[in-house]
Design a protein around this ligand. Structure first.
Ligand SMILES: Cc1cc2nc3c(=O)[nH]c(=O)nc-3n(C[C@H](O)[C@H](O)[C@H](O)COP(=O)(O)OP(=O)(O)OC[C@H]3O[C@@H](n4cnc5c(N)ncnc54)[C@H](O)[C@@H]3O)c2cc1C
Length: 424
């Protein structure tokens, strides 16, 4: 299967951790209760929690565990959603927005506690996150967000930083201020996803790598998931391939647009730079997000682009970096890579059963490092028929996030004009 989502070049996280365990391909016929397609955060978390609920489960991945977005992202483990909370409030009202906020906090805590419980060496650090303001509109928007978080969500730790404080902390005068949330972390994402897969395998989850799924067929009872060399028979199927839409999943295309985002890693920063930075993102036309590695390299990413020019998304990144940090002009680039992002057209991730009968979770719109594990946990309970054990916030958010009820694209598909509009 051709990988159309940018270059297949490994990420910095992947080359920095070559000891991840490998798993054999599926080469025969196996029967399980649930087959999970993919092996990113969503799939691995779903399989892990299904197994904890006593279900026999197999995971089937086209490349390696964590080879998609989960091993290629910016490593920012963030609270919140791809949309501002104020936008979610406008859409669904304060009560549901509060439930969604609680769910997103729960998502971060779940990753942190999993890393501790499974003893995963994932470089987790609570550095906080700064959403930086580029324009006057950003200042107004984020001050409204600050007000809502403090007064409606009762989330008091969040702080407003003026331009001077931002410059003191992150060494750029490019921003007019920003909203700082101390509850966010950074993480080595590839170590997290491969460590969680190892924990799942220890509990009895079957994992097959280098086994692209080419077909999913409904049978009289259950499903048949076919790879080139093997077949999985299962009562239920979970598709967790996110931006990689499986052949024949046109219905999902009316919810999700696959795009490519690029990241670069610099050589270690000069000695006068701080040894710790919050993770940062902004909303300027080219969009930038960055963080520091433990050996003081800057991991710097930018706005996603349509996938029709693989290998080119990294082009403007260095220029953007130097625009924000003129004193880093000339710093060497150690590595760069690209990764696939699944944008849901209304910026709301989805989960639930599709008309084809399989379960799905995806569309995290570049904000999935924390939410994917939470979605996996919830999906596992739904697939196992144990929704009754989920917390009260889930009852409020269930309908809003269910793919069968969330609106599809008005025209049912992405037109080139719509893509250009979303990629502005
Ligand atoms: C460059 C970049 C930077 C990002 N930065 C951040 C960030 O800092 N913070 C944040 O919160 N989010 C970020 N994200 C988003 C986040 O990484 C994703 O939301 C998350 O990883 C999605 O996980 P997933 O498991 O749903 O998908 P993926 O990790 O993409 O997993 C899907 C898996 O399915 C497999 N697959 C595909 N087709 C088949 C097939 N036919 N058969 C079998 N397997 C198949 C793929 O190989 C892949 O392993 C970023 C994403 C990118 C690309």
């Amino acid at each position: 299967m051709r990988d159309t989502l940018g270059s297949d070049r490994p990420s910095y996280w992947q080359i920095a951790y070559t000891e991840a365990p490998t798993y054999a391909p599926l080469e025969d016929s196996q029967t399980v209760e649930v087959a999970v397609v993919g092996a990113g955060f969503t799939a691995v978390a779903t399989a892990y929690y299904l197994r904890q609920l006593g279900i026999r489960v197999a995971l089937v991945e086209k490349d390696r565990v964590g080879w998609g977005a989960s091993g290629r992202n910016g490593g920012q483990l963030l609270t919140g959603w791809p949309s501002d909370m104020v936008d979610l409030r406008t859409r669904w009202g304060d009560e549901t927005a509060r439930a969604l906020w609680d769910m997103a906090l729960d998502a971060v805590h779940r990753v942190v506690s999993l890393v501790e419980r499974e003893d995963i060496d994932a470089g987790l650090a609570q550095v906080g996150h700064l959403e930086a303001c580029w324009s006057k509109d950003d200042v107004d928007r984020l001050r409204r967000e600050w007000d809502w978080l403090q007064h409606q969500a009762c989330y008091e730790p969040v702080e407003w930083w003026d331009a001077r404080r931002v410059e003191e902390r992150i060494r750029t005068s490019a921003y007019r201020g920003g909203l700082f949330d101390p509850g966010s972390y950074h993480i080595q994402p590839y170590r997290y996803v491969t460590g969680l897969a190892q924990a799942a395998a220890r509990q009895g989850v079957l994992i097959f790598e280098r086994s692209p799924v080419i077909d999913i067929r409904r049978r009289q009872s259950g499903y048949e998931v076919r790879t080139r060399q093997g077949v999985l028979r299962a009562d239920e199927v979970v598709v967790a391939t996110n931006a990689y839409l499986l052949p024949g999943s046109r219905w999902l295309e009316s919810h999700i647009l696959p795009v490519t985002s690029a990241v670069l890693v610099t050589e270690p920063l000069p000695a006068d730079w701080p040894s710790s930075l919050p993770t940062v993102s902004d909303n300027k036309p080219n969009l930038s997000y960055f963080r520091l590695t433990p050996d003081r390299r800057l991991v710097f990413g930018g706005r996603a682009r349509p996938t029709d020019r693989p290998g080119t998304a990294a082009d403007p990144l260095y220029r953007d970096l130097v625009q924000l940090f003129p004193d880093l002009s000339g710093i060497g680039v150690y590595h760069r890579w690209e990764g696939p992002i699944a944008i849901s057209w209304d910026r709301v991730p989805r989960m639930g059963r599709t008309p084809a009968g399989f379960w799905f979770a995806g569309g995290f719109t570049g904000h999935g490092v924390a939410l994917t594990t939470e979605f996996g946990w919830i999906l596992a309970h739904r697939v196992a028929g144990q929704e009754g054990r989920l917390p009260p916030f889930w009852a409020k958010t269930a309908a809003e996030l269910d793919i069968s009820r969330l609106p599809r694209l008005p025209l049912g598909r992405w037109t080139p004009r719509l893509v250009r509009f979303f990629m502005r």
